[in-house]
Ligand binder design. Structure first.
Ligand SMILES: *Cc1c(COP(=O)(O)O)cnc(C)c1O
Length: 387
């Protein structure tokens, strides 16, 4: 019996080694890994430059307190500011911490300008912002909040696409609208550009901050550095995590100058957040997140999604919809996807579920056409077997 608590439903398989898009078991079985730690290992396993960066930094300095200046963090923050809408960054260790920090920054902004009543955050029902007490209540999912009462107040919810309800929820106490630009766990649901634009306009009109959670869809996953760049919308606050560490736990909240001004000494902090080891890795991830990598994401995405739609046309009873952009891809089945995912795994392709019967497909951003062809062959084989 495992000494680990039973809070995960784990597949009975484990790996000892990873290389690029592949994972290996102890008895040498090779799996095509299109989970990549749930969109975390954006450069694949054992990326040469990341291995070298962590080795190098580990011999110099792992951790110092944020009571001191950390040059590696200064450097990574500068790079993020240079590339994005943001003027200032706070580093964390995970996605949930990053979304919590985003909520805190929004509230603190209104507090700092004397609008202390503005505290409420509007979110999409059954979205995903992490597993801390506040984040589960932000997500508004019964599955996550059941048994973890009392309810954390301050969050209002509307169903995905229900613009009328969204407008109704807004009142003088609303501080922010917090949404995932692409809902990951929720089933790879892309918020359309026109919708993001309308929400931005609404925020401007009603003096509300816009928080776009890009923990899963950010850092190149969508084919742009941030998924919201497709809409040209500028958010006020953006939590990130998953991809930015390439497999090392890093989270961050990105803010405009206006918001960051309120985050004065003592308002927020983290013991581990932004330590030299993490920052050395983050810097190396960002250095590799160049135009040619993003070009690969777009090229591979176009090919993959096209071919998945070909399979959809061939197996309409099985595949209902192909969703997503970039390499954040969802294959929605007409029925529960558990068995299909199991069969893919038996054929050495790893994928992971999302809500709405969706199979999430998350290759590393440097995936090759050959690897995508391998995956397509396996998906097609499984379709043929169960049709
Ligand atoms: C994964 C995820 C989180 C939470 O990240 P953790 O590192 O698991 O805390 C938050 N928001 C989104 C959109 C995510 O996909």
């Amino acid at each position: 019996m495992s000494a680990l608590a039973n809070n995960y439903k784990r597949k009975k398989i484990s790996f000892v080694k990873g290389k690029g898009s592949f994972l290996f078991t102890s008895n040498g079985k090779k799996y095509l890994d299109f989970v990549q730690g749930i969109a975390v290992n954006c450069l694949g396993h054992s990326n040469k430059n990341l291995v070298s960066a962590i080795n190098k930094q580990s011999k110099k300095l792992w951790h110092v307190s944020n009571a001191f200046v950390i040059p590696e963090g200064e450097k990574l923050a500068k790079k993020l500011v240079k590339r994005t809408f943001a003027d200032a960054i706070i580093f964390q260790n995970s996605g949930a911490e990053a979304t919590e920090a985003a909520i805190k920054a929004a509230r603190r902004y209104y507090y700092s300008i004397g609008k202390t009543h503005k505290t409420r955050i509007i979110c999409i029902k059954n979205s995903f912002h992490g597993r801390t007490i506040a984040a589960i209540h932000a997500s508004g999912s019964k599955k996550m909040t059941n048994g973890f009462g009392p309810k954390v107040p301050g969050f209002d919810h509307f169903e995905f696409g229900d613009h009328i309800k969204l407008k109704k929820l807004i009142n003088k106490n609303t501080a922010a609208i917090m949404i995932e630009t692409i809902m990951g766990e929720g089933g790879i649901k892309v918020i359309p550009n026109w919708c993001l634009k309308e929400i931005r306009k609404l925020c401007n009109k009603k003096d509300i901050l816009l928080i776009l959670d890009e923990v899963q869809c950010g850092i190149g996953r969508s084919g742009k550095f941030f998924a919201f760049e497709y809409s040209n919308v500028k958010p006020d606050i953006v939590p990130i995590a998953k991809g930015i560490g390439g497999g090392f736990p890093i989270g961050a909240v990105l803010m405009t100058k206006k918001v960051a001004k309120a985050m004065i000494p003592g308002t927020h902090g983290s013991t581990f957040g932004g330590n030299p080891l993490a920052m050395a890795v983050g810097n190396t991830v960002l250095d590799q997140m160049n135009n040619s990598l993003l070009k690969n994401v777009n090229k591979m995405s176009k090919y993959f999604i096209y071919e998945l739609n070909v399979l959809k046309a061939k197996f309409p009873k099985i595949i209902k919809e192909v969703r997503g952009i970039g390499l954040l891809i969802g294959l929605q089945l007409n029925y529960d996807q558990t068995n299909f995912i199991q069969k893919l795994m038996e054929n050495k392709l790893l994928t992971i579920r999302a809500a709405e019967n969706v199979i999430r497909i998350l290759p590393p951003l440097n995936v090759t056409k050959r690897e995508i062809d391998m995956a397509l062959k396996i998906i097609s084989k499984v379709c043929n077997e169960i049709k």
